[in-house]
Design a protein around this ligand. Structure first.
Ligand SMILES: Nc1ncnc2c1ncn2[C@@H]1O[C@H](COP(=O)(O)OP(=O)(O)O)[C@@H](O)[C@H]1O
Ligand SMILES: [Mg+2]
Length: 281
């Protein structure tokens, strides 16, 4: 059974996951045990209010499949970070529940938050050490992880010697070092220039495809969401809730300037504008 941060209240009917697995005799579907994790992240009717302030998240439900790349998109202040922090277990919902894998999630923020006195390699080694990887394996593993984000050459540089894009790649290597099945990213590339961000997108996509991580990527950038997501979930503001979602079936070969990314961005932006107008009214 997946750990849940809040006991399920009887008043809230449990949603039934996909219980029907493939049949061995191809006659009748076989029920999969209910404890099988059908989702990597399961957000069930979650609301959040800070103290007596306004309701920040209102009745948010979202199931994220293992290995899925989901972009949470919405205007500033709509509650994206609040929702990501709840998934990360950094805060608790006011009501509803969130289920995540027992191993937890790795989180990456807009600021790389690297230790400034440690080299790139040592920053990654630190995450390995916290995970209990023996000292003699850490050096080699850190280099492999840095190589996976094309940074092996910068292993001995300190953060101030690296560009913003490189620092975020070290932060990504450090997040991967934690070896958690879920990677939560909160506007990790928002401070990068456009060209560096394009490269970061390619790198992240490659990491996603090679590691099979479940990724929840928060952004307020429509193009970025349309470029990266397998699913784009649009949030509305005040209170934050899910307004609409898009599933992208062909995710290979996308670039920020691809016609299909542009077309989807136009469609999403239209919805986002409606949301913003509705809020202003
Ligand atoms: N710890 C907190 N205490 C009080 N209000 C908060 C706290 N965290 C976020 N909020 C409020 O919740 C709303 C959503 O914030 P946030 O989740 O950061 O939005 P986003 O990430 O979409 O820009 C904002 O109005 C913000 O002021
Ligand atoms: Mg935020």
């Amino acid at each position: 059974m997946l750990p849940s941060r809040e006991a399920r209240t009887d008043a809230v009917p449990a949603r039934v996951p996909n219980l029907l697995g493939p049949s061995f005799d191809s006659v009748a579907p076989v029920a999969v045990p209910t404890s099988a994790p059908a989702s990597a992240v399961r957000i069930d009717r979650v609301s959040k209010q800070f103290g007596t302030g306004p309701v920040v998240l209102d009745d948010v439900s979202l199931d994220i499949a293992p290995g899925e790349f989901v972009c949470l998109l919405g205007a500033s202040g709509c509650g994206k970070s609040t929702l990501l922090n709840l998934i990360a277990g950094l805060d608790r919902p006011s009501s509803g529940q969130i289920e995540t894998p027992g191993e937890g999630s790795a989180v990456m923020f807009q600021e790389s938050a690297l230790m400034p006195w440690l080299t790139a390699r040592r920053n990654v080694e630190l995450a390995l050490r916290l995970r209990g990887v023996p000292r003699r394996e850490r050096h080699e593993k850190a280099l492999v992880l840095l190589d996976s984000v094309n940074l092996a050459d910068a292993a001995d540089k300190r953060p101030h010697e690296l560009s913003g894009g490189m620092r975020q790649r070290v932060a990504l290597a450090r997040a991967l070092a934690q070896d958690r099945p879920v990677l939560l990213m909160d506007e990790p590339f928002a401070a990068l220039d456009a060209i560096t961000r394009d490269l970061a997108h390619e790198e992240l996509e490659r990491v996603w495809r090679t590691t099979g991580r479940t990724i929840v990527f928060v952004t307020h950038n429509v193009r970025e969401a349309a470029r990266l997501g397998q699913r784009v979930v649009l949030m509305g503001s005040r209170p934050g809730r899910i307004v609409q979602e898009w599933r992208i079936t062909k995710t290979t070969g996308r670039r920020i300037e691809s016609p299909e990314v542009a077309a989807l961005s136009v469609e999403i932006t239209d919805q986002l504008r409606k949301e913003i107008r509705r809020n202003a009214a």
